[in-house]
Design a protein around this ligand. Structure first.
Ligand SMILES: [Zn+2]
Length: 191
C-alpha cells in the first residue's frame, strides 16, 4: 500500500499509532518521521492479515453451522450481481460478536465499525444475521451486496484491504463500498 498523503496519515494516525503499540512497535518518534509512512504501511498490512485470518475463521464457522439461501434470496442475490449465490450461507445469531483480537477491537472502535448495534456481517460467503433481523430483506440484500463486492475484488483479503482503507480515510458511513452496497440494495428491493 503506497502513496500515503498527509491527510490520510492525519486521519488514520490515531488508530494506526494504537495498532503500532498493540503490535509491539513503539510510538513513532519525531526522529523517525521519514519512516512513519513505512511504519504505518507495515501496521496496516499486519492488521489486514489479522483481520483476514479472523474473517476466514469466522467464515468457516458460518459455512459449517448455517443454512443456504431460499429461492427468493437466490433471486435477490442474482439481481445484486452475485456470481455464486449457491455458496452463501446465513447464520442466525443472538448478537454479532466482535473478534477477540485486541488490535482488531481497537481498530473497530477507532473507525466506529462493528459496534453492538451491528445487525449483520458478511465474511466471504458466510453471513451473520442478528436474531432480531432474521428475515429482514433489506439487511440480507445489503449483505449480498457485500458478498458480491468481495467476489468482484478477488476474495476476503483484497476486499478487506480496500474496505479498511476506505474506513480509515473516509469513515465507515461514507465509505464508497458501503454507499454502493446501500444503492444496490435500494435498487433491488424496490424492483
Ligand atoms: Zn456493508
Amino acid at each position: 500500500m503506497n502513496g500515503f498523503d498527509e491527510s490520510f496519515v492525519l486521519r488514520a494516525s490515531g488508530t494506526i499509532v494504537r495498532c503500532c503499540i498493540e503490535l509491539g512497535l513503539s510510538h513513532p518518534k519525531p526522529a523517525l518521521l521519514p519512516d512513519v509512512p513505512r511504519i504505518f504501511a507495515f501496521a496496516i498490512e499486519m492488521l489486514l492479515l489479522l483481520a483476514a485470518a479472523s474473517a476466514t475463521e469466522q467464515e468457516l464457522k458460518i459455512l459449517r453451522d448455517s443454512v443456504s439461501l431460499s429461492a427468493e434470496q437466490i433471486a435477490d442475490a442474482h439481481a445484486i450481481g452475485m456470481k455464486e449465490p449457491d455458496r452463501v450461507r446465513l447464520l442466525c445469531v443472538e448478537t454479532v460478536l466482535r473478534s477477540t483480537q485486541p488490535q482488531l477491537r481497537a481498530t473497530c472502535d477507532a473507525i466506529n465499525f462493528f459496534t453492538l448495534a451491528t445487525l449483520g456481517l458478511t465474511l466471504g460467503y458466510g453471513t451473520f444475521i442478528g436474531l432480531d433481523r432474521w428475515g429482514d430483506r433489506l439487511l440480507v440484500v445489503h449483505e449480498f451486496a457485500d458478498v458480491s463486492q468481495c467476489e468482484r475484488l478477488g476474495g476476503i483479503l483484497p476486499f478487506l484491504r480496500r474496505y479498511l482503507f476506505e474506513c480509515l480515510t473516509i469513515g465507515y458511513a461514507a465509505a464508497p463500498l458501503e454507499l454502493e452496497a446501500n444503492a444496490l440494495t435500494a435498487r433491488v428491493c424496490v424492483e
